[in-house]
Design a protein around this ligand. Structure first.
Ligand SMILES: *[C@@H]1O[C@H](CO)[C@@H](O)[C@H](O)[C@H]1NC(C)=O
Ligand SMILES: *[C@@H]1O[C@H](CO)[C@@H](O)[C@H](O)[C@H]1NC(C)=O
Ligand SMILES: *[C@@H]1O[C@H](CO)[C@@H](O)[C@H](O)[C@H]1NC(C)=O
Ligand SMILES: *[C@@H]1O[C@H](CO)[C@@H](O)[C@H](O)[C@H]1NC(C)=O
Ligand SMILES: *[C@@H]1O[C@H](CO)[C@@H](O)[C@H](O)[C@H]1NC(C)=O
Ligand SMILES: *[C@@H]1O[C@H](CO)[C@@H](O)[C@H](O)[C@H]1NC(C)=O
Ligand SMILES: *[C@@H]1O[C@H](CO)[C@@H](O)[C@H](O)[C@H]1NC(C)=O
Ligand SMILES: *[C@@H]1O[C@H](CO)[C@@H](O)[C@H](O)[C@H]1NC(C)=O
Ligand SMILES: *[C@@H]1O[C@H](CO)[C@@H](O)[C@H](O)[C@H]1NC(C)=O
Ligand SMILES: *[C@@H]1O[C@H](CO)[C@@H](O)[C@H](O)[C@H]1NC(C)=O
Ligand SMILES: *[C@@H]1O[C@H](CO)[C@@H](O)[C@H](O)[C@H]1NC(C)=O
Length: 550
């Protein structure tokens, strides 16, 4: 037997067994190769196991993509397929999390996009990316460049992760190449409230000339290299002489980023970081340091971090100068960096008593997003789940039913609560629904229910007349039989239509077609969403960011 095949079988058996043995609070490490229909997991050069996306999405079309042999830092086998979404308002990947044991577990979710002219239109699309009802970003894809979006956020107990794509511009068809989900340690990035998501546009390891990720980084954060150094710029990479480096600090950086560092070749010069950005939001950085040589009594490396040095409102961090420790890692937070005239700077300036130039191992750049939404009312979500279980036609609606507004499911309408909206209308007319209705009475904010022109075959359930806010109930053109329940016939506020149900007892006939005085019915549109509640995404233009230090 072919040994490769044998290995593959063993892997499959092992994967199957391990999924049965997982404890409920197991760490999540899921890598989805979008558009890949393969049922066999594939392990890449970083020991990351990629799976096809079939189990995680019901909609969209799979496409092949031509990928150049080498895109540094990316696996061409992952980029060579994608899933595109030519129809629907939003399309969502849905990932079940066994999140039963821990509240507020933080997750890292990374979505990557490689257009590669898969549709021969030479027109890389722009579209919205969303997660768990939150707007994430507007992705502007490129012809032959991989766009990567990464978010770290905290998930409430019992919730799942969903990642959605939605059209933001006409004729721009959303697509995705890969989706990765990693759970983090509970104390990682804990200095930012768990109510807010963190977006990471850039993470650079300055000493290395290759990408560092899993298995070096157990959370699989991607630490990129800034590539070959500019030979006229007098910075240089140095290797640590310490045999091991203790990295047990709050954000658990990988030891690999401390094995090498960037410094100046001229000991009387300072490292400095200058960048341009058109974002108006404050930036946050984590800077990582570790001394590379065992210093003797006459040597000292010590520096201040100065943000926007050339401006009046410059800030000096931290309180005491940075002295990178030997054999250990040090993390310094640089919070609330603001841009001026679309630029900002961070200087690593030697203190007067320093005999050595400043040094840095790595820098993480993040932005704190809008407060996370609660999501659609959980009773409403559960009741919608019952409807989806009963009717196959509804099962490819995924993600949050109402949020972000206006990207609601096609067959519901929601009120304008921007944090935890209620469902106020079910527009289930003309869906070909066959069978009987589940009890969805928990959706007690409903104003409007339209079930007309389906094939519902049952007595009219009593609960349909008990919704406190309901003003319109349309059951016309179905197979309802029996009599109209008193909850409906006695409900004077309800406009009720049930014509076209041949076996329904309608005496007097007005009972199945209430003609009421013209009333002012709160229109779901008036009462509903207003464009004001639409949180604008933070648009992260990666192209503006340069990781280079001078
Ligand atoms: C993975 O490693 C093999 C052998 O080292 C190499 O031939 C291949 O090109 C690598 N694949 C990727 C996608 O980097
Ligand atoms: C989980 O956290 C949320 C808010 O952080 C809190 O409202 C909820 O009660 C917590 N649940 C449990 C089971 O601890
Ligand atoms: C794009 O063009 C190539 C080469 O002309 C062709 O093989 C491929 O089928 C086309 N793809 C689509 C989606 O039209
Ligand atoms: C990367 O760095 C290593 C040692 O630091 C060196 O041996 C290697 O040649 C470098 N590779 C490239 C492509 O610069
Ligand atoms: C290299 O650095 C020097 C000095 O900072 C700069 O003038 C030059 O433009 C840089 N060259 C490249 C190719 O980036
Ligand atoms: C080192 O930098 C200082 C200050 O910029 C400069 O005066 C000196 O000439 C430089 N030394 C060398 C060897 O380049
Ligand atoms: C400390 O190390 C430096 C650089 O290696 C060397 O020049 C200096 O003489 C050493 N000083 C002592 C006191 O060992
Ligand atoms: C950033 O600035 C805002 C407003 O000035 C402040 O509320 C917040 O606490 C700061 N964040 C950090 C991490 O210092
Ligand atoms: C802003 O930047 C532009 C281009 O770099 C420059 O011409 C202009 O003088 C700057 N404005 C201020 C107020 O510094
Ligand atoms: C309910 O659905 C029917 C059939 O499609 C339609 O004619 C009617 O206008 C709808 N009523 C409301 C209030 O939307
Ligand atoms: C309507 O439902 C009945 C019973 O469930 C079934 O026999 C019939 O074929 C259905 N008709 C259509 C058009 O689906």
């Amino acid at each position: 037997m072919n040994t490769q095949l044998l290995n593959l079988l063993l892997l499959l058996v092992f994967a199957h067994l391990s999924s049965l043995l997982l404890p409920v609070y197991a760490k999540v490490f899921l890598s989805i190769d979008c558009g890949s229909l393969s049922l066999i997991p594939r392990t890449d050069n970083h020991s990351i196991v990629w799976v096809g996306d079939g189990p995680y999405i019901q909609t969209g079309e799979s496409h092949k993509v031509n990928v150049p042999a080498d895109i540094p830092g990316f696996d061409s086998n992952v980029l060579n397929t994608l899933r595109a979404f030519p129809s629907r308002k939003k399309n969502c990947y849905s990932i079940d999390i066994d999140n039963k044991a821990e509240n507020n577990t933080r997750f890292l979710v990374r979505a990557s996009f490689y257009y590669g002219n898969y549709d021969n239109k030479s027109s890389p699309p722009t579209f919205y990316l969303q997660f768990n009802g939150n707007t994430w970003s507007e992705v502007a894809t490129h012809m032959d460049f991989v766009d990567v979006n990464e978010v770290v956020f905290s998930l409430k107990k019992g919730n799942n992760i969903n990642v959605c794509l939605a059209q933001s511009q006409p004729d721009n068809i959303p697509f995705m190449s890969s989706l990765e989900v990693r759970s983090l340690d509970s104390d990682a990035y804990n200095y930012i409230s768990s109510d807010y998501p963190l977006y990471f546009p850039l993470r650079v390891a300055y000493g290395t000339n290759k990408t560092i990720r899993y298995p070096d980084d157990s959370f699989d954060r991607i630490w990129v290299s800034v590539g070959p150094l500019n030979s006229t710029s007098p910075t240089m990479r140095v290797r640590s002489s310490s045999p091991s480096i203790n990295v047990n600090i709050e954000d658990k950086p990988p030891e690999a980023i401390f094995k090498t560092a960037l410094t100046k070749s001229n000991s009387s010069e300072d490292l400095a970081y200058r960048s341009k950005s058109n974002l108006e939001v404050p930036f946050h950085f984590n800077a990582y340091f570790s001394e590379v040589i065992k210093l003797n009594s006459t040597q000292k490396r010590s520096f201040d971090i100065i943000v926007n040095n050339e401006r009046d409102n410059s800030i000096i961090l931290p309180k005491n100068p940075v002295i990178p420790p030997y054999g250990r890692a040090l993390e310094v937070h640089i919070h609330n960096v603001t841009t001026f005239n679309s630029s900002f700077s961070i200087d690593f300036r030697r203190t007067d008593d320093s005999t050595l130039p400043s040094l840095i191992n790595a820098l993480e750049w993040f932005i704190v997003g809008h407060k996370l939404v609660q999501g659609t009312n959980s009773d409403d979500v559960k009741a919608l789940g019952l409807l989806q279980k009963s009717f196959v036609q509804l099962q490819d609606s995924n993600g949050d039913p109402c949020l972000p507004s206006p990207y609601t499911w096609e067959w519901v309408e929601c009120n304008s609560d921007p944090d935890s909206p209620r469902i106020i209308a079910l527009n289930l007319n003309d869906f070909g629904l066959t069978g009987i209705l589940p009890d969805f009475s928990a959706m007690d904010a409903l104003i409007n229910i339209n079930l007309s022109n389906n094939n519902l075959t049952q007595e009219i359930p009593e609960f349909l007349g008990t919704f406190p806010e309901l003003t319109e109930l349309n059951l016309a053109d179905n197979n309802f039989f029996g009599t109209v329940p008193s909850s409906i016939s006695n409900n004077v506020n309800l406009m009720f239509t049930a014509t076209g149900n041949p076996d329904l007892l309608c005496t007097p006939t007005s009972i199945c077609n209430t003609v009421t005085e013209p009333r002012i019915i709160p229109s779901p549109v008036d009462k509903g969403r207003s464009s004001k509640t639409f949180a604008q995404p933070i648009i992260i233009l990666l192209i503006m960011f340069s990781g280079l230090l001078l």
